[in-house]
Design a protein around this ligand. Structure first.
Ligand code: AMP
Length: 335
């Protein structure tokens, strides 16, 4: 299949821990839907991962596990370029240039920086603050048209647009302004144990997070013990965050609107809704888990995919980096 002349979509996930249902419904599901219409560059963000507390051997393992989970979820190498952020020369180089255009105050105002700084007080490193500039570089290095992400990344894509605009104004038209692509349903899946916070890999309470590789009995157990709201109505409403979250999950998996689901569950109990959600989640994830088990053991296949993806990504990155370096006034290196 020719990927030429298609618009470009760019997506990366932090290469830490295992992927969860929020990652799948908020982002991955959309990537899968985009592969026919876009040239997709899909990355494992290992450089982003080291802004958090981590262990090198685990990072190495997680990075490959995440690639295997992408593939098990339905992405295929014939239709996308998979790459590791650290394999491509250009992400950090462009991030430096973009950082010199980014006001410090704008980075300090990023919601995710403030949240992470609160959660890892003993390790508020400069990388945590700089993360959105590296993300802008991830996107602009490939001149991406679309960036499919969950709701929590919207602010970072907006910052990326601001930086791109500033670069274009200062140095002449160079970058397209990337558009964020956020799903109508599933953009913010919340913790099952605390629907006031988003479902996350790094939640201390593992019962709040449904991992793609959790065995079916564990998925069911977590869903059946999800916190509920007072009253007994099954509706999506501000004062019913537990129900809203479960309905959101069900709607995103089944593509049945929340309105329609509310009608279907009229007069029914919380346990019945939870049971239906558990069935839907297990049915979605079981084939992914089976496929993952066969892919993760095929090391040479995974290596081949990363090598080929890196070649395609580096090719595109080289062109953009050369252009940017010329525009900002760096003397070209003779070949
Ligand atoms: P991360 O795991 O933070 O690297 O996020 C990878 C992708 O998943 C990003 O596009 C996020 O916006 C998305 N994402 C992460 N958590 C959630 C969530 N709880 N609900 C929906 N999307 C999410």
């Amino acid at each position: 299949m020719s990927l030429l002349n298609k618009p470009v979509a760019l997506s990366l996930m932090r290469a830490s821990g295992n992927l969860h249902l929020g990652n799948y419904l908020g982002a991955l599901k959309n990537w899968i839907a985009m592969v026919n219409d876009y040239e997709c560059f899909i990355g494992m963000a290992d450089m982003h991962a080291i802004t958090e507390n981590y262990k090198p051997a685990i990072l190495r393992k997680d990075t490959i596990n995440i690639l295997a989970q992408y593939l098990a979820s339905g992405l295929v190498a014939e239709k996308s370029h998979f790459f590791l952020q650290s394999h491509i020369i250009g992400h950090t180089e462009l991030a430096w240039v973009l950082g010199c255009l980014t006001p410090l105050g704008q980075l300090e105002r990023m919601t995710q920086f403030k949240e992470k700084a609160k959660n890892q007080r003993s390790n508020i490193n400069a990388g945590l603050l700089y993360y959105p500039v590296l993300m802008a570089s991830d996107i602009l290095l490939y001149n991406a048209d679309k960036v499919p992400v969950g709701e929590d990344q919207k602010q970072h894509v907006e910052l990326c647009r601001d930086i791109a605009q500033k670069f274009n104004n200062n140095f002449s038209e160079t970058f397209k302004l990337p558009e964020v692509y956020i799903p109508k349903v599933g953009a913010r899946i919340m913790s099952l144990q605390n629907p006031g916070i988003k479902m996350s890999k790094s939640d201390d309470n593992l019962n709040g997070t449904l991992f793609l590789l959790d065995p079916p009995h564990l998925l069911r157990k977590k869903i059946m013990s999800a916190v509920t709201d007072s009253g007994n109505e099954i509706v999506a409403r501000k004062d019913k965050p537990g129900m809203t979250n479960l309905l959101n999950i069900l709607s995103s998996i089944t593509n049945i609107s929340i309105n329609e689901l509310e009608k279907q569950f009229l007069g029914k109990g919380y346990a019945e809704l939870k049971d239906t959600v558990a069935e839907a989640v297990i049915t979605l994830l079981e084939p992914i888990q089976k496929k993952y088990t066969s892919i993760i053991n095929d090391k040479s296949y995974l290596e081949k995919i990363i090598k080929e993806g890196a070649n395609a990504a580096q090719n595109r990155a080289n062109k953009m980096l050369r252009k940017v370096y010329r525009k900002v006034g760096f003397v070209e290196r003779s070949r």
